[in-house]
Design a binder for this molecule. Structure first.
Ligand SMILES: NC(=O)c1ccc[n+]([C@@H]2O[C@H](COP(=O)([O-])OP(=O)(O)OC[C@H]3O[C@@H](n4cnc5c(N)ncnc54)[C@H](O)[C@@H]3O)[C@@H](O)[C@H]2O)c1
Length: 389
């Protein structure tokens, strides 16, 4: 591996520009060339970063060799540039989510990665957020008991599908949907939190009343082979003050997790896990110490919960254990890119910076995410449940 990775970026819109800047500020990366169909975008980014500008990525691959390429084209336009990068022999690729917006595209990318032996990552950046790492941790360590039910709602302001990409907005939204754009994140998080459980059955509804060129929303029930059932919902027609609202809640047989990740009106950001009564106070402190090491600033709580009907009848409540996040939550769209660069440089799927956080998302995760999202869309269209193999 060379001292510095020679990198390229294809697609220089909102995310691609962030990728190009992040890479160019990274001490072990040189951005040598960038490409966008819009010449002005390619030239502006290239001039800022001292890279070569292209409007045609095939030409870029003819003139440059890369160690690492990021693909950040719109959702429905991932296949062609990713396949071109693989065909050009690029050994490491980070592609934006979702993997694709059709099963044919998803299969084509997956098969090309397998055939070429490319190290392929997909940017499910929520996996790098400390409160998501903590969510995975409490579930994986059985601190909520056996997982039974969950609910995840991820909604965008209506300005996203109507205005966010300027003149590009309608094409972007029409080529995507809340299922591809938003539920891809949710589905990946669920597979990562609850691994090795996999989704086996999907039932979904949608509405197509307001926007016209793309569905207004999807609302789906996912059943996992562990027995877990999770409702997932994503809207694009919300007239709200925030850009994004994101709520997750999970009930286990012995505990409950409440996670207001991006809160809406009247709700505060927060992450709180009410843990199994089987846990000792010592074990609670050990888990807290591990989570602090993993970057999640959680407080350990031994408290007497507000009285329930049962404890009132019994004349007083037992103490209970909880973990609660305090302070700001780090993360952001580029949070996974550092560990991905470490993975490339250390030539391992789990670099030192990513220990105890589960795997980095790869083409298998991308394919599974696309299959689940396509099942949600199919079920909403047919009105029938869809089984996944
Ligand atoms: N990981 C995350 O958290 C996250 C967050 C937001 C968006 N995204 C994803 O990032 C991707 C890009 O989103 P965006 O908001 O930057 O979109 P965008 O429309 O702002 O940018 C896409 C760019 O790709 C360019 N493009 C299209 N076809 C091309 C081609 N053949 N060759 C070169 N350039 C081409 C467009 O001109 C545009 O500049 C999407 O898949 C989106 O879902 C990921």
């Amino acid at each position: 591996m060379p001292n510095k990775l020679k990198a390229g970026v294809i697609g220089l819109g909102i995310l691609g520009q962030q990728h190009a800047e992040f890479l160019s500020n990274h001490p072990t990366v040189d951005v040598v060339a960038v490409s966008d169909l819009r010449q002005s975008a390619a030239e502006q980014v290239a001039a800022k970063l001292g890279a070569a500008a292209f409007t045609n990525y095939d030409e870029m691959f003819k003139q440059h060799q890369f160690d690492f390429v990021v693909v950040a084209t719109p959702d429905h336009l991932h296949r062609a540039p990713t396949l071109a990068a693989i065909a050009a022999g690029v050994p490491n690729i980070l592609q934006e989510k979702p993997l694709a917006t059709s099963l044919a595209d998803a299969d084509a990318i997956y098969n090309a990665v397998e055939r070429a032996g490319t190290r392929f990552f997909i940017d499910f950046a929520n996996r790098a957020v400390p409160t998501d790492i903590a969510t995975r941790y409490v579930i994986q360590n059985g601190l909520l008991g056996r997982m039974v039910y969950g609910e995840a709602r991820l909604d965008d302001n209506i300005s996203v599908p109507t205005q966010m990409w300027g003149a590009r907005t309608k094409d972007f939204a029409a080529g995507s949907s809340t299922a591809h754009f938003l539920l891809s994140h949710v589905v990946d998080l669920l597979r990562w939190y609850f691994a090795p459980a996999e989704v086996t059955d999907v039932y979904a509804i949608s509405q197509q009343t307001v926007l016209g060129y793309t569905p207004d929303l999807y609302d789906a029930f996912l059943t996992f082979n562990s027995g877990l059932k999770v409702r997932v919902k994503a809207e694009w027609i919300k007239h709200m003050d925030q850009l994004v609202e994101f709520y997750l809640g999970f009930s286990g047989s012995e505990g409950t997790l409440i996670y207001n990740k991006a809160p809406g009106f009247g709700v505060e950001r927060g992450w709180r896990a009410n843990l199994s009564a089987k846990l000792s106070a010592d074990a609670l402190l050990q888990h807290q110490a591990t989570l602090l090491e993993l970057g999640a600033n959680v407080a350990a709580k031994v408290h007497r919960p507000a009285p329930t009907a049962g404890t009132l009848a019994a004349g007083g409540g037992e103490t209970a254990l909880a973990l609660e996040h305090t302070g700001e939550v780090a993360g952001g769209t580029m949070a996974l890119v550092g560990p991905i660069i470490d993975s490339i440089l250390e030539s391992t799927p789990t670099p030192a910076s990513w220990q105890q956080r589960g795997p980095l998302p790869n083409h298998i995760d991308g394919l599974r995410q696309a299959q689940i999202v396509m099942a949600i869309i199919e079920s909403s269209q047919t009105g029938q449940p869809v089984s996944l193999k």
